[in-house]
Ligand binder design. Structure first.
Ligand SMILES: Nc1nc2c(c(=O)[nH]1)N[C@H]1C(S)=C(S)[C@@H](COP(=O)(O)OP(=O)(O)OC[C@H]3O[C@@H](n4cnc5c(=O)[nH]c(N)nc54)[C@H](O)[C@@H]3O)O[C@H]1N2
Ligand SMILES: Nc1nc2c(c(=O)[nH]1)N[C@H]1C(S)=C(S)[C@@H](COP(=O)(O)OP(=O)(O)OC[C@H]3O[C@@H](n4cnc5c(=O)[nH]c(N)nc54)[C@H](O)[C@@H]3O)O[C@H]1N2
Ligand code: SF4
Ligand SMILES: [Mo]
Length: 710
């Protein structure tokens, strides 16, 4: 540091009147980077700085979103009081008034339309404690079967695929620490460089150590930039691609026969199916060269260790579950799982995308990955909750299907906590109309999101700086988000809001919690003996061990770093391979809709942008949506670079600016989904769902495009 710089810093130091440091974790993606917000008062003004904090998952790294997260949280658009819609306008009311309104409306709805007419829409932004409590609230306080959450649009296909194949779904079978030592990596439908930026050093290290990296994506991205081989396939063709890779591996005898014999069911059927698969046909379907397919398959098959990572690119498809299974088939055939430096990873999306899918927010699920349809699971949880087993409702429908139920008149009330489905759901015009049809909609949010605008009542929720609780990160590591900033205005924590509503509904005795830790203590017991067993995890142990990987069944257990070393989680201990790609209805192009549309993310914004669009630093990077389009395609449709384009599908139309790029396929356009209104790409997405996971097909839609007439 030069003399001059030292002098500058000293003068600046002298001006700092006070300093507060808040420990927390980033509110955005599944990396859950640990960080501190430093609040300094300088000449009576508050200034903020975010610094990373060391931890086993991310070191001290942060990306630009984490660094800027306080900007939305401290933004003055934050909702600080309950808001009731009166004659079309929101007016501030007290909590007592708000709870009275809820009591009246919820009771009336259930009296008139039955218990299941009330529904709950949850979120993987919630802590484990809140996700758990919301599931209990729906079943015990509201007695409704209708609860599902935004993870249905996110991790559902990965979860279903892993459950069917392994008998257990923890996103990563190994820890991140093993990645640098693997020899071959397939990244399929994932853009980690923009979506989990702080994971990148693990892959860069692998590359330095000589690993061969294959990335499968219809676009060139910052992630494909690290690839040794980029397979730029047509969107929606990954199941065929997985089958083609496996065919080459089987034909060239790159399989692990001993592993298959001892640990896998169903290989013979798969081989039988592959016999009839025509590689030339696969080449046509995927739009790839045969040499590329063979090169990828051979390299993966010949190296002595390998890992496959999937994300939403292949999962958010109407055949997402089977595509995931197709890629896991490759790992099973080559014996690349349950061993050091070999394994599978579904790269989790939201901050608590892992934990929030384990403890009962899903329509068919009870805590600890228990099933709401299984008698013994129901009895166990009923006993933990102090209710009769037969009082627990059965399973409800998935997230998007709840909007169909509203349209049919079967659901008439909804509580949304931590989600913005008006923007994030497929067929968004329909979803908006459904939300408008509700007799009573209450949203719990930090902001008046597009969904909250449609609400009758908005309840103010706390943020990552204020709300303590556990989050289970991308590795399956249960972390403790410390949070100590005092609550602004009349804001409450999500868990407090759940308890308060339960209280006015006469169920306060089952929801008398005074801290997140108290809820976690109940969650531990509820998860005990389940597949996602947290019983051996406590706040103290998390602090001591810097997080613990589940399953962790007792207090002496050190957490599970690598899954499936001896057995898979099915009863016979084996993994189930399955034949894939037999019945899927592909999205076809036509004269009317001649282009594939795919959707996804940019580095600087998060999901529907409700939070990141409020951050000046992040908005400065991308202030509006766009359509990535190949220049040749642009010219074909008279769309210059940076002109306003209309995009239309069978479901709706939007307007965004064109952005020429040679990095995308000529038959494909890409639009991110972080913006609303006319730019909401979900107005174009079809209502078809994966039959197994109920995941929408966000990643491929047939569209047309033309310049907007001025
Ligand atoms: N910056 C940022 N980071 C985030 C988020 C965010 O909103 N912004 N969200 C978080 C969440 S909740 C999630 S779920 C994750 C999502 O993380 P990702 O799944 O990695 O993100 P996406 O951009 O949705 O899609 C990944 C890639 O799939 C490609 N793709 C599209 N269609 C296909 C296809 O048919 N086949 C193949 N092989 N690839 C295809 C896209 O071109 C894209 O590059 O990110 C998390 N991190
Ligand atoms: N076209 C297209 N659509 C997609 C996707 C895609 O790739 N393409 N991806 C899908 C995926 S993977 C996901 S995860 C979904 C996500 O979609 P959404 O669930 O709609 O996600 P968010 O935009 O995070 O909405 C969260 C809302 O909750 C608020 N919030 C944040 N934290 C908290 C909290 O702790 N408590 C409370 N009460 N409120 C909070 C925010 O202010 C915001 O309004 O979108 C899906 N939609
Ligand atoms: S967005 Fe993800 S990678 Fe970036 S700081 Fe937050 S948790 Fe870390
Ligand atoms: Mo997600």
């Amino acid at each position: 540091m030069t003399e001059l710089m030292l002098k500058y810093f000293r003068t600046k130091q002298q001006k700092i009147q006070s300093e507060k440091v808040y420990d927390t974790q980033c509110p955005f993606c599944s990396m859950q980077c640990k960080m501190q917000l430093i609040e300094q008062t300088v000449v009576s003004r508050k200034v903020y700085k975010t610094v990373g904090k060391d931890n086993p998952t991310t070191g001290g790294r942060l990306c630009v979103k984490g660094m800027s997260a306080h900007q939305h949280t401290l933004n003055n658009e934050r909702v600080n009081q309950p808001l009731l819609k009166v004659n079309g306008n929101f007016v501030a009311i007290t909590w007592k008034e708000a709870l009275d309104v809820i009591k009246k409306e919820f009771t009336t709805i259930q009296k008139q339309n039955g218990s299941d007419a009330l529904s709950v829409y949850g979120s993987a932004s919630l802590t484990n404690e809140e996700a758990y409590l919301l599931g209990k609230f729906a079943r015990v306080a509201l007695k409704t079967k209708h609860i599902d959450y935004n993870g249905r649009l996110c991790m559902a296909s990965a979860a279903t695929g892993a459950n069917l194949t392994f008998g257990l779904d923890r996103g990563f079978t190994n820890t991140l620490q093993e990645i640098p030592y693997t020899r071959c990596i397939i990244l399929v439908g994932t853009n980690i460089a923009e979506c989990q930026p702080t994971i990148m050093p693990y892959f860069e290290q692998a590359k330095e150590n000589g690993a061969y990296i294959i990335v499968i994506d219809p676009r060139e991205t910052k992630t494909t930039d690290i690839a040794d081989l980029h397979l730029k396939n047509k969107p929606g063709t990954d199941a065929t691609l997985a089958n083609a890779l496996l065919k080459v591996i089987v034909d060239e005898e790159l399989i692990d026969k001993k592993f298959l014999r001892k640990r896998v069911n169903g290989f013979a059927e798969v081989v039988h199916h592959l016999k009839n698969l025509d590689l030339d046909e696969c080449v046509k379907v995927t739009g790839l060269a045969k040499e590329q397919l063979c090169q990828a398959a051979r390299t993966f098959g010949q190296e002595d260790s390998g890992m496959i990572f999937t994300a939403r690119g292949i999962e958010q498809q109407t055949n997402g579950t089977e595509t995931v299974r197709g890629f896991i088939n490759i790992l099973l055939a080559t014996g690349r799982i349950g061993k050091p430096n070999s394994g599978y990873g579904a790269i989790t999306g939201q901050g608590n995308g892992q934990g929030a899918r384990e403890h009962g927010q899903k329509a068919d699920q009870l805590p600890g990955y228990r099933s709401i349809e299984k008698k013994e699971d129901r009895s166990y949880i009923a006993q933990v909750w102090g209710v009769e087993e037969k009082q627990l409702p059965g399973s409800g429908v998935s997230a998007y299907q709840m909007f169909e139920k509203i349209d049919e008149g079967n659901i008439t009330g909804m509580l949304v906590m931590g989600s913005n489905p008006a923007l994030s759901s497929p067929n968004a015009n329909f979803v908006k109309r459904s939300l408008e049809r509700l007799k009573f909609l209450v949203t719990v949010d930090m902001f008046i999101s597009e969904t909250a605008q449609l609400a009758d009542l908005i309840l103010p929720a706390s943020s990552y700086l204020e709300d303590q609780g556990t989050m289970t990160n991308v590795e399956g590591r249960v972390t403790l988000r410390e949070a100590s900033r005092s609550l602004p205005g009349e804001v409450k924590h999500d868990w407090q809001i759940i308890c308060d509503i339960a209280e006015v509904l006469g169920k306060g005795d089952k929801f008398s919690f005074h801290s997140a830790e108290e809820i976690f203590e109940e969650l531990r017991v509820a998860s005990r003996g389940g597949r996602a067993d947290y019983y051996g995890i406590t706040y103290d142990r998390i602090r001591k061990h810097n997080g613990l990987l589940w399953p962790c069944p007792d207090m002496d257990h050190q957490g599970t770093k690598r899954l499936f070393e001896d057995d898979f989680a099915h009863e016979d201990g084996k993994a189930n391979m399955s034949v894939i790609g037999r019945s899927h209805k592909k999205v076809n192009l036509s004269e009317e809709y001649p282009l594939f549309l795919t959707t996804g993310r940019v580095m600087s914004h998060y999901l529907t942008g409700e939070q990141t669009r409020k951050s000046p630093s992040l908005t400065a990077r991308n202030f509006e949506s766009y359509m990535e389009i190949h220049p040749d395609t642009g010219e074909k449709y008279q769309l210059e670079d940076r002109t306003l384009a209309q995009i239309e599908s069978r479901y709706g139309r939007i307007v965004v600016r064109s952005k020429w790029s040679k990095r995308i396929r000529k038959d494909t356009v890409f639009v991110p989904f972080h913006w609303g209104g006319e730019q909401n790409v979900n107005r174009l997405i079809a209502d078809e769902l994966d039959p197994l996971s109920h995941m929408p097909g966000f990643k491929v839609t047939a569209v047309n495009t033309r310049p907007v007439q001025s």
